[in-house]
Ligand binder design. Structure first.
Ligand code: PGA
Length: 262
């Protein structure tokens, strides 16, 4: 089964409209001489305030050739109402976004998002045209205690609760060991491959092996131009969710042209 690769840059709380403007111009320059492989998709999950501006840029006159798909880092699962400070899925749909990150460990750990909330968000996202990217992964102490597989199984089982087979086909998964996020401590390609392959078996158990074969599973955690090619070369790893190394256009260009890296 040959699956497409998907590289998503997650800017987190970095790069506002002004930095996004610079990024887009620099990225266009970087990609002038580099071809992105046909089987690679990519996107940037920018802060909410930068998104409308970036959509505008993609559609600027004379710029049709350059289109940067966009993702949201967060949203509320309720349709609308008195939720001060929150953003609804309909608002994001109106912008024409393509992906929604759900269940990132920073949301889970710093903003108390439980598996139940993650599940509610996922079920709400499935009612839209946007593709949910569901993140999961173990903490350092769980990794040290050899609990990686148990955590992956539990998180996927509860986050994917009530998801139907035809809906699962629309979901992207992102394995992100928490100890590797923003720490410079990347999982070795073998560790990442093993965990991602295990996640695929969980999908096979929860749904079926055909769906498990097709589901795109990214790896995330200190992915950078220097290690992206080897990680992407692993049998079960279908892309990357990248924080720090996606902030700069030169580095992001290298990530999405990983097949050309050393
Ligand atoms: P990092 O972040 O690439 O900076 O480690 C990854 C992520 O949080 O998705």
């Amino acid at each position: 089964m040959s699956r497409r690769k998907l590289i998503i840059g997650n800017w987190k709380m970095n790069n506002g409209p002004m930095e996004a403007h610079q990024f887009l111009h620099d990225l266009e320059d970087e990609l002038k001489n580099e071809k992105i492989a046909k089987d690679v998709d990519f996107a940037i999950a920018a802060p909410f305030v930068a998104l409308p501006f970036m959509i505008g840029h993609s559609h600027e006159e004379g710029k049709e050739a350059f289109y940067l798909p966009l993702a949201a880092q967060n949203f509320h699962y309720e349709e609308k109402g008195a939720f001060t400070g929150e953003i609804s899925l309909d608002m994001l749909d109106q912008l024409g976004l393509e992906y929604l990150i759900i269940g990132h460990s920073e949301r889970r750990q710093l903003f108390n998002e439980t598996d139940e909330i993650v599940n509610k968000k996922l079920l709400a996202a499935l009612k839209t045209q946007m593709t949910p990217v569901l993140a999961f992964g173990e903490t350092e102490s769980e990794f040290d205690a050899n609990k990686t597989e148990t955590v992956i199984k539990n998180q996927l089982t509860s986050s994917l609760k009530s998801v139907k087979e035809n809906e699962m086909e629309k979901i992207v998964l992102a394995y992100e060991p928490i100890w590797a996020i923003g720490t410079g401590k990347t999982a070795s390609p073998e560790q990442a491959q093993k965990a991602v392959a295990f996640a695929r078996t969980v999908v096979a158990e929860l749904f079926n092996s055909d769906i498990a074969d097709k589901v795109i599973i990214q790896y995330g955690g200190s992915v950078k131009p220097e290690n992206v090619k080897e990680l992407m070369g692993q049998k079960d790893i279908d892309g990357a969710l990248v924080g720090g190394a996606s902030l700069d256009a030169k580095s992001f260009a290298k990530l999405i042209t990983f097949d050309k890296q050393k």
